[in-house]
Design a protein around this ligand. Structure first.
Ligand code: PGH
Ligand code: CA
Ligand code: ZN
Length: 308
C-alpha cells in the first residue's frame, strides 16, 4: 500500500474500535524500529514528525526515508503526519515536503482564533487529499482535587467540540482529557476524564486522538536508571487506562517519550557494559531492536496488530 492520508487509516480504526500509534521520529533508527514492529505485528502506522524534527533532520530527509521504508514494506498502510504544526507556514512546509496529514495546534488561542486557523488549514489541505487534525483544550496534568471551574478551563468542552468539528470540517480531533507530554504525567493516580471523552465521541463521531499517551514502561525506565539515568517520579498512562481510552473513542495514540526512554536506556546499557566500544552501530543497533519490542507491545495494547 502506498503512503496514505491518516484519515484513511483512522476511519477504519474508528469503525472497528481500535487505535493506531502515531510514533515520533527524528532519525533513521526510530523509523526502522517502527516499520519493523509494524511488519511483525501487521499493523498500520502513523509517522509523526514535529517542527523540531524537521529542523533537526530536514523535512525532505525524513519524508524520503519514510517513503523508502514504505517501498520496502508495501503491505503496511503508513501516513506521514505533521505533529503539533504551529502555523500556516509550518503546514505549507510539510505539504511541500510530501506529508499526507497535518495537525494544526492552535488550542492555546481563543476558540474563535483556533477555529479560524483550523479552517484555513482545512481549505488548504482537503483539496489535495491531506487529512487535518486540530486540538481543543490544553495538555496538562490535572489533579484530582482541583475545582470544576479549573478543570473546565483546561480540558476540552464537549459542546464546543461538537461545534468546532461541524464548522471546521477536520478529520480527527485531539481533545484534552488530562494527559500531558513527557515522562512525568501524573503526581497521583493516573486518571483521565472519560466522561468528557465519551461525550466528545458521541457529539462528533470522528476519530479522536490522545496526545501525551506514553506509558513509561517499567522495564525501560528501570534499565534507564540501572545504568546511571534518573527518571525519579516518572509516570505514564498505564496500559489498562489506554485500553479504556480506546474503548471510549480514542483512535490515534501519540507516542514519543516511550521510544526515547527505551532507546536511551539500551544505549546506556551498551555504554556502561562495553566502555571500549567505538562503533556507533554496536550501540544504536541493539537500542533499535529494543525499541521494536516496545512498539510491538504497544500495538497489541491499542488493538492495531493484525489489521493489515
Ligand atoms: C505526543 C507524545 N506527541 O504529539 O503527544 O506524547 O510525550 O506521551 O510520548 P508523549
Ligand atoms: Ca496545544
Ligand atoms: Zn502531542
Amino acid at each position: 500500500m502506498p503512503v496514505v492520508s491518516a484519515k484513511e487509516i483512522l476511519d477504519d480504526a474508528n469503525k472497528n474500535i481500535y487505535a493506531v500509534g502515531a510514533f515520533n521520529i527524528n532519525n533513521m533508527e526510530f523509523l526502522q524500529a517502527i516499520f519493523r514492529a509494524a511488519d511483525a505485528e501487521k499493523s498500520p502506522i502513523i509517522i509523526a514528525i514535529s517542527e523540531g524534527a524537521m529542523k533537526y533532520a530536514g523535512a525532505d530527509m525524513l519524508v524520503s526515508m519514510t517513503r523508502t521504508m514504505s517501498n520496502n514494506f508495501p503491505r503496511i498502510p503508513v501516513a506521514i503526519h505533521l505533529d503539533h504544526g504551529s502555523s500556516l507556514n509550518a503546514v505549507m512546509a510539510a505539504i511541500k515536503a510530501g506529508f499526507t496529514s497535518v495537525m494544526i495546534d492552535a488550542s492555546h488561542f481563543q476558540y474563535e482564533e483556533n477555529l479560524k486557523m483550523t479552517k484555513q488549514v482545512v481549505s488548504l489541505c482537503h483539496p489535495i487529499g491531506i487529512s487535518v487534525e486540530a486540538e481543543l483544550g490544553r495538555l496538562q496534568g490535572v489533579e484530582d482535587n482541583i475545582s470544576v471551574a479549573e478543570r473546565d478551563a483546561v480540558l476540552v468542552n464537549p459542546e464546543e467540540a461538537r461545534d468546532f468539528v461541524a464548522s471546521s470540517g477536520i478529520d480527527f480531533l485531539a481533545p484534552a482529557i488530562g494527559t500531558s507530554h513527557g515522562a512525568f504525567k501524573f503526581k497521583g493516580e493516573p486518571k483521565l476524564d472519560f466522561d468528557r471523552l465519551k461525550k466528545v465521541k458521541k457529539y462528533t463521531g470522528i476519530p479522536l486522538v490522545l496526545h501525551g499517551a506514553s506509558s513509561v514502561p517499567e522495564a525501560s525506565s528501570k534499565k534507564f536508571e540501572e545504568f546511571g539515568g534518573n527518571l525519579k517520579g516518572a509516570k505514564g498512562v498505564p496500559f489498562d487506562v489506554l485500553k479504556d481510552a480506546v474503548k471510549f473513542g480514542i483512535n490515534k495514540v501519540n507516542t514519543d517519550t516511550d521510544l526515547r526512554i527505551s532507546f536511551l536506556a539500551r544505549v546506556r546499557e551498551s555504554i556502561y557494559t562495553d566502555a571500549s566500544q567505538i562503533d556507533p552501530r554496536k550501540i544504536f543497533g541493539p537500542a533499535r531492536d529494543y525499541v521494536v519490542d516496545v512498539i510491538r507491545e504497544r500495538m497489541k495494547v491499542l488493538g492495531s496488530s493484525g489489521r493489515c
